[in-house]
Structure formats: structure tokens, C-alpha cells
Design a protein around this ligand. Structure first.
Ligand code: ATP
Ligand code: MG
Length: 339
């Protein structure tokens, strides 16, 4: 992004804060304690605690139905929690919903763009909703479409946009009110790797250049790994574990060895566990693979294969990798998160 634009974006953010009456600098941007949400008999959230520091990117990572969207809906004041409390930008999401809304932007998992409007109209209508005057709307729209590179498509109807363009337009709309905290619910769902990388770039720029605090949800492990300074793994409405991606991965061991094959898996597993270099062993039930976490895997593969041979286990595939967030997910939930 050119320097000139950085300056413009910075200026727009300081104008907004003075106009709206600055809130105090916060030690935490988002603080949720014991959030629960019940829909009839469905316990969507069963006690979520989370803390997001200002100017950081936090990723909620979890499978379908884990409670990610419900968490976002509560934090963005769209739905009240059944129990627990949350503060965003210093304000309570239930008691001070209007103040919270003033400082946040949000993009939804299911795109809610009006297909018959042009991109410019979508942004302009949103600005009117927030009572931005015409000149201000024009100024912000031109900055934002430059950021998300939609200049050329701006006057075309949204129905002619590709999936990636729609996500970029959503991102611009989420930013139009110049938020301090931006919530992105599955910002790259359904996008191909190239478009996904494009959105990642904008997200990182927003964080690094404007100091925006971001909370995003994803079920893509690489997305959490690429963007987040803190990852919270959610499953069945609970926070299973939270930490920096590096720290989460480091708890597993230096390297991971994945083994699949045929034979007496139980007996073979027992023998593997007894090896002194094996720190832990896990099995994913769905795909029948053994995951070994070892202190240092060099020279270890030969030893493992000969152990298999003497235990009537035929190794069909064996691979070696650095542990990933996927391994962390498996470790804490007992199943693997597939993309
Ligand atoms: N309005 C609702 N009424 C009833 N049940 C709901 C409602 N919204 C969510 N749920 C249920 O709450 C649970 C959590 O849903 P949520 O949408 O928060 O999950 P998610 O992590 O966002 O999943 P996904 O990855 O599929 O987007 C699910 O069991 C879901 O069916
Ligand atoms: Mg969701």
C-alpha cells in the first residue's frame, strides 16, 4: 500500500475518535467471561472466556457448530447471552450496546449484500445508516475501495461480482464506520487459495498500519496460523485451549510422525509409547492414523519401521512434519479438523 494512503487512513481514524468523543484507551479490547447461550434445548455456548488485547488479531478456530458465530453475535450486540458478560472497547455488550456498536465493524459469514445494488451503493447506504454525511461517505468509500482494490468494479451490480470481490466489498463495508474493533466471521469461507491470500493481506495491513483489533472466526487452520497472534480453539461451545500458535504447537513436541498401516494397532501403539524418544501418541479415529510426537525425529523412522515389522504391523504410509495447529486441535479435541 502506498504511503500516501496510509496517511489518509490514519487521519480518518483520528477524526472519527475526536468527533465521536474518545473512549479511554483500553487495556483489553474484548473481554468475555463465562458466556453461555442456549437456543431452546441447544446449548450453543457453554462458558466461553476470552481476552483480546488491543491492536492484536485473535482467531477463534473450531469445527461446524462449535459456537463461533454465536460468540461473534453476542460480542457484536446482535444477540444477548443467556449467561456471562462481555465488554468490547470498554463497554458492556448488553447494557451499553449502542456505545459498543459505535466502535465496531462486522462482516457476516453469510453474505448479506443486496445483489441489485452496485458496490458503491452498498457502501453508501451503509454510511447513511450510520449518519455519515455525504462528503465523509465519499471520502471513506474512495479510500476503502482502494484498499480492497475494487475501484474498477465499484459501479457494477453486486450480482456480477465474484465470491472474492463480494468478500472484499463486505470487508470495506465493515470498515466504513472506521471501527476500532473489527469482527470477521469466516472472512474467506468458500474462497480459492489465491483470493484467500488476498483477504489475508488486507487483514494484516489493517492490523499493522491502522492498529485495528481483529477477532475472526475460521475453520481453516492455515488461516489462524497465518493471521492470529492468539488462537482460541472452540469445540462444543467451550474454549478448549488458547495461546499463540507457536506456543500451542510447541507443547506437542519437536516433531510429528504420522503413521498409517494394517495390523494390531493396539499392540504396536503400546510398543511405540514405550520408546524413550516418544513424547506422546495420539490416534484420530476417523482416518485411522497414529500420530507420534517425538523429541527429535532424525534416525527415528528406521527404528519405528523395524518395531512395526517385529510386531506384525505393516506400515503403509509414514510421514514426518513439524507439528501444526491441526495436531494441536486433534490433541485437545480427540478428532481432526479437516479443511
Ligand atoms: N438461532 C439459532 N437457533 C437454534 N440453534 C442455533 C441458532 N444459532 C445457532 N444455533 C446452534 O448453536 C450451535 C452453534 O452454532 P454456531 O453458528 O455458533 O456455530 P459455528 O461455530 O459458527 O459453526 P459454523 O462453522 O458452521 O459456522 C449449533 O449447534 C447451532 O445449530
Ligand atoms: Mg459460523
Amino acid at each position: 500500500m502506498p504511503d500516501e494512503q496510509d496517511e489518509q487512513l490514519d487521519r480518518s481514524s483520528s477524526i472519527s475518535v475526536t468527533e465521536e468523543g474518545a473512549n479511554e484507551p483500553q487495556e483489553v479490547a474484548i473481554l468475555a467471561q463465562g458466556l453461555e447461550k442456549r437456543y431452546g434445548r441447544v446449548q450453543a455456548l457453554a462458558g466461553i472466556d476470552l481476552k483480546v488485547l488491543p491492536h492484536t488479531i485473535y482467531a477463534l478456530l473450531g469445527p461446524n457448530g462449535a459456537g463461533k458465530t454465536t460468540t461473534i453475535n453476542i460480542l457484536t450486540t446482535l444477540t444477548p447471552p443467556t449467561a456471562g458478560t462481555a465488554r468490547v472497547a470498554g463497554y458492556d455488550v448488553v447494557q451499553q450496546a449502542a456505545q459498543v456498536r459505535r466502535y465496531i465493524g462486522v462482516t457476516f459469514q453469510d453474505l448479506v449484500l443486496d445483489q441489485d445494488l452496485s458496490g458503491r451503493q452498498v457502501l453508501d447506504v451503509h454510511g447513511q445508516l450510520y449518519r455519515l454525511d455525504r462528503a465523509e461517505r465519499q471520502r471513506r468509500i474512495s479510500q476503502l475501495v482502494e484498499l480492497v482494490q475494487l475501484e474498477e468494479a465499484l459501479d457494477r451490480r453486486v450480482k456480477t461480482y465474484s465470491g472474492g470481490m463480494k468478500r472484499r466489498l463486505e470487508l470495506a463495508r465493515g470498515l466504513l464506520t472506521d471501527p476500532e474493533v473489527l469482527f470477521l466471521d469466516e472472512p474467506t469461507q468458500g474462497l480459492d487459495p489465491q483470493n484467500r491470500a488476498g483477504i489475508w493481506k488486507y487483514i494484516l495491513e489493517l492490523n499493522r498500519q491502522r492498529g485495528l483489533t481483529l477477532l475472526l472466526t475460521t475453520h481453516y487452520m492455515e488461516e489462524a496460523e497465518a493471521l492470529a497472534s492468539t488462537v482460541g480453539i472452540v469445540d462444543h461451545g467451550k474454549m478448549v485451549v488458547e495461546g499463540t500458535p507457536a506456543r500451542l504447537v510447541a507443547t506437542l513436541g519437536a516433531e510429528a510422525i504420522h503413521i498409517s498401516g494394517k495390523g494390531d494397532k493396539q499392540a504396536f501403539s503400546e510398543k511405540l509409547k514405550a520408546l524413550e524418544f516418544v513424547e506422546r501418541l495420539e490416534t484420530s479415529e476417523e482416518n485411522d492414523t497414529l500420530h507420534l510426537f517425538v523429541d527429535n525425529s532424525r534416525q527415528r523412522l528406521a527404528e519405528i519401521i523395524s518395531l512395526a515389522n517385529t510386531n506384525a504391523f505393516t506400515v503403509e504410509d509414514i510421514s514426518l512434519a513439524q507439528p501444526s495447529l491441526g495436531d494441536v486441535f486433534l490433541h485437545y479435541t480427540g478428532y481432526s479438523l479437516r479443511d
